[in-house]
Design a protein around this ligand. Structure first.
Ligand code: PEP
Ligand code: CO
Length: 459
């Protein structure tokens, strides 16, 4: 292996990184970012890696969720709070079913850049560069705004810093106290079937807490009952920015990408000899690898060996995203090859990116049923292969948007135009996200019992 340096990725072919006309301005912005504070700290990243090692061992479950693409337009404290509320609600449903900790990771505070299937977009006969994410260019269909603009990078950095500041306050400042579970249910959800189901769960938790209180265990004495850890993540796509955010941890002398706790390599940029893999090889963060239908088993093994030569637990999360009708075709052989090589990984399931279709009304959408089907099939395949389905990776929001069809609200293709706000892919709304958590809670329960049996049999 050649020596890794902060910018050795520049010697490798890279895809989906834009060319900036004004290189001087780009370098000035990157220099400024290089001298700004880290967004996350190395110690936090290590904590997440340890928690992911527990997931790899079948002792915890990973929930990763948030926007497909964060945007400047949707930046509002209420949106951050509501996304956080849904993550807390989903994780409570899962913890309650599985009786195991749920590791919470947001696609948030930095999830801006997008790889696109086509480099250009044509509208009314005019062809312009595609929208690449708010930190690169504008979504408006104008030649001027579609040009990559380096100033956007700094705006995205600042938005990420404010978002993280609020997330830290919400996680640590009392909002996440189990005695405040009733505050997590969103107003528009309260009358829905999921809202009512969640209310039943609230009552059960209140009973358990008052029993524990009578035994002398309460949130005044136990921080764990009143705070949560919420980590951040995004796709490590725009490498010049990731490079500027990568710093040496003074306690270990190792490099950490301080733009997020967890970064992943997308399905389009995971070439073993490409720049994205080269960059991620040298940072200490936990790394996700999206696994789509074109991934060959030999390639996957190669990727794991390049990115995790010491086979460290918690370092690699494999995020399968095949589509509901392709899971049985592709997932078993990947699981078998990972088992055969004895590689330590977390297996997570992204039931969004393989289930995108175009509606008759012209919107990109995802039928909720297909999302649920993919998750259920992934659980079934892991069980059949004797491996542990350890996580769920979803695109969701706390808002009452109409982007994915179906669910208890029965969103139809016609309804999509009502509140279609996403800047990229369609997200589950709060009701659909909570419904998904309830619908898979049985699977999660069986899954955790099965993993506990395996742990017992081994020890
Ligand atoms: C994403 O997670 O937004 C994404 C683009 O996914 P994938 O790389 O799996 O297509
Ligand atoms: Co997406």
């Amino acid at each position: 292996m050649k020596k890794w340096t902060l910018n050795s990725w520049r010697n490798y072919p890279v895809k989906h990184i834009p060319e900036y006309e004004n290189r001087k301005e780009l370098n000035m912005v990157l220099d400024k970012i290089r001298n700004f504070p880290p967004l996350v700290f190395a110690g936090e990243t290590r904590t997440l890696k340890n928690q992911l090692a527990d997931v790899a061992d079948g002792k915890a479950f990973l929930l990763q969720g948030g926007d497909c693409a964060e945007s400047f337009a949707e930046f509002h404290p209420d949106n951050i709070r509501d996304t956080f509320k849904v993550i807390l609600q989903m994780s409570l449903v899962m913890t309650y079913s599985a009786s195991m900790p749920v590791v919470k990771v947001g696609r948030i505070a930095g999830q801006f850049s997008k790889p696109r299937s086509s480099p250009t977009e044509v509208k009314n006969g005019q062809e312009l560069p595609s929208y690449l994410g708010d930190n690169i260019n504008g979504i408006e269909f104008s030649a001027k705004l579609r040009k990559p603009d380096a100033k956007r990078l700094f705006k995205a950095y600042s938005q990420s810093a404010s978002t993280l500041n609020l997330l830290r306050a919400l996680s640590q400042g009392g909002f996440a106290d189990l005695n405040k579970v009733h505050l997590w249910n969103l107003g528009f959800l309260k009358k829905s079937p999921e809202g009512k189901k969640f209310k039943e769960l609230e009552d059960k938790i209140a009973d358990a807490l008052s029993f524990m209180d009578a035994c002398g265990i309460n949130s005044d004495f136990n921080r764990r009952l009143k705070t949560v850890s919420c980590f951040t993540s995004h796709e490590a796509l725009l490498l010049p920015f990731e490079e500027a955010m990568t710093r040496v941890d003074s306690t270990t002398g190792k490099y950490h990408d301080t733009s997020a706790h967890f970064v992943w390599i997308g399905d389009r940029t995971r070439q073993p000899n490409g720049g994205h893999v080269e960059f991620c090889r040298g940072i200490e963060n936990p790394i996700g690898i999206k696994c789509g239908p074109t991934l060959k088993t030999e390639e996957l093994i190669k990727l794991c060996n390049i990115l995790n030569p010491k086979n460290e637990k918690g370092r690699i999360t494999l995020i399968s995203r095949f589509g509901h009708d392709n899971v049985e075709k592709f997932l078993p052989k990947l699981i078998r090859s990972i088992k055969k090589e004895g590689l330590n990984v977390v297996w997570s399931c992204d039931p969004m990116h393989g289930n995108t279709i175009k509606s008759a009304t012209g919107f990109k959408t995802r039928p909720f049923n297909n999302v649920v089907k993919e998750v259920k099939k992934v659980f079934a395949v892991h069980k059949a292969e004797g491996s542990y389905a350890g996580g769920l990776h979803i695109e969701m929001t706390g808002k009452n948007v109409t982007e994915c069809t179906g669910g208890a609200q029965k969103i139809s293709e016609k309804d999509l135009s009502h509140r279609y706000h996403t800047h990229c892919d369609p997200r589950l709304n709060a009701s659909q996200a909570l419904e998904l958590a309830f619908l898979i809670s049985d699977e999660i329960k069986k899954n955790s019992q099965y993993s506990k049996n395996i742990i017992q049999a081994v020890s």
